[in-house]
Design a protein around this ligand. Structure first.
Ligand SMILES: O=C(CO)COP(=O)(O)O
Length: 251
C-alpha cells in the first residue's frame, strides 16, 4: 500500500516566530501512521523548523535548491547544505519556479538527480496551464514533464520520487480540478511512469494532487484511486487546517 503524503507549501510566507508557532501547534496533533506530514518552508526558517520537528511526525522540506555541490552561485543553496541541517525533502520544479524563475525540465532533472545523490526525497511538480488544458494538451505536457524529470534515474529512485500534479489553473485560484479530473491525470501519469520503468515501480510512486486543496475537498480527492496525498499552498498556512488535512490522510 502506498503511503499518503500531505505537504504544506508555505511559499514566501510566515515570519520565523509564525513558523515556529505553527510547528508548536501542529506537532503534538500529527499522528504517526501511514500518512506523512511535511512542511515546505523558506530556507531561512529551515534550521529552526528541523529542530522543532525532532522526535515528531512532521518532516521539513525546502521549496527549491541548486543542483551543484558548491561554487560560485550567488544566492543559491546546495543539496548538501539541506541534508547538513536535517532537511529530508525538497520541492522541485514548482510551476511558480518554472514560470517566474526560469526553471526548465532540464534543471528539474538535474535537481532531481542531485536530490537523490544527497539522500533527499524530491517532490517533483508537474502540471498544465489553462490554455494547454483547453487545447487538449494536458497529458502531452504532464507526461513530457514527468519523463524529463525522471530521465537517468534508477528504477529504485523513480519508486521513491514523489510527483505532485498541480494544474496551474487550479493554484491559488479557488478552482480545484474535480477529483475525477485530477485522478484521470494522476492515473495517466502512473501509466507514463510504468512505460519508462515497470508497472511494479509505477505502483510504488506517491502522486499528490495540488491546487486549491482544503479540508473541505481533501476527503474526496484522497478517495480517488491514484491520488496519494496533496501539496497544499494557502490552506497549509493555518495550523488547524493543516492538521485537518493530515488527519484526512489517516482515515
Ligand atoms: O501551489 C500549490 C502548492 O504547491 C497550491 O497552492 P494553493 O493550495 O494555494 O492553490
Amino acid at each position: 500500500m502506498r503511503k499518503v503524503i500531505i505537504a504544506g507549501n508555505w511559499k514566501m510566507n510566515k515570519s520565523l516566530a509564525e513558523a515556529t508557532d505553527f510547528m508548536d501547534a501542529v506537532t503534538p496533533k500529527t499522528p504517526d501512521g501511514n500518512t506523512e506530514a511535511i512542511v515546505c518552508a523558506p530556507f531561512v526558517h529551515l534550521p529552526a523548523l528541523v529542530e522543532k520537528a525532532k522526535d515528531t511526525n512532521v518532516k521539513v522540506a525546502a521549496q527549491n535548491m541548486h543542483f551543484e555541490e558548491s561554487g560560485a552561485y550567488t544566492g543559491e543553496v546546495s543539496p548538501a547544505m539541506l541534508t547538513d541541517i536535517g532537511v529530508t525533502h525538497v520541492v522541485i520544479g514548482h510551476s511558480e519556479r518554472r514560470e517566474l524563475f526560469a526553471e526548465t525540465d532540464e534543471s528539474v532533472n538535474q535537481k532531481t538527480k542531485a536530490a537523490f545523490a544527497h539522500g533527499l526525497t524530491p517532490i517533483v511538480c508537474v502540471g498544465e496551464s489553462l490554455e494547454q488544458r483547453e487545447a487538449d494538451e494536458t497529458m502531452d505536457v504532464v507526461g513530457g514533464q514527468v519523463k524529463k524529470a525522471l530521465a537517468g534515474l534508477s528504477d529504485e529512485q523513480v519508486a521513491q520520487t514523489v510527483i505532485a500534479y498541480e494544474p496551474i489553473w487550479a493554484i491559488g485560484t479557488g478552482k480545484t480540478a474535480t477529483s475525477e479530473e485530477a485522478n484521470e491525470v494522476c492515473t495517466k501519469t502512473r501509466d507514463v511512469i510504468a512505460d519508462i520503468t515497470s508497472k511494479d515501480i509505477a505502483d510504488q510512486v506517491v502522486i499528490q494532487y495540488g491546487g486549491s486543496v482544503k479540508p473541505a475537498n481533501i476527503d474526496e480527492l484522497l478517495s480517488q484511486s491514484d491520488i496519494d496525498g496533496a501539496l497544499v499552498g494557502g490552506a497549509s498556512l493555518d495550523p488547524e487546517s493543516f492538521v485537518q488535512l493530515v488527519e484526512a490522510g489517516t482515515k
